[in-house]
Design a protein. Structure first.
Length: 110
């Protein structure tokens, strides 16, 4: 059975993004339905997979990372949305965010 996981790396300070709020939503028709809201632990990860087994279904998802709140100022980045597709619900999807107050990158990890 597949699962969806994430983690945050604070590249401005060279450490895990501990305490960042993240919202997971799924596209239903033309609108987004919130599935879960979590906060990263001291390792910049969630304590449990965001979705696993039968919870993970094919479709379009969005992770919304609250970067501005994490860095305690909204100099440039505020909320960072990462929209992605789950094609094979039996596969593992790891969607990390590497961020600073001014930039971010993501990829599909393992």
């Amino acid at each position: 059975m597949g699962k969806l996981t994430t983690h945050v790396l604070d590249t401005a300070n060279g450490k895990p993004g501990a305490g960042m709020k993240i919202e997971l939503s799924k596209l239903e028709g033309r609108g987004w339905t919130r599935v879960k809201s979590v906060t990263t632990n001291k390792d910049g990860r969630t304590d449990q997979p965001l979705l696993e087994g039968g919870e993970l279904r094919a479709g379009t998802y969005r992770l919304l990372f609250f970067v501005g709140e994490y860095f305690k100022d909204k100099i440039f980045l505020d909320e960072v949305p990462v929209r992605f597709n789950v094609v094979d619900a039996a596969a593992n999807y790891h969607v990390p965010l590497l961020c600073s107050p001014w930039s971010y990158t993501t990829y599909r990890g393992s």
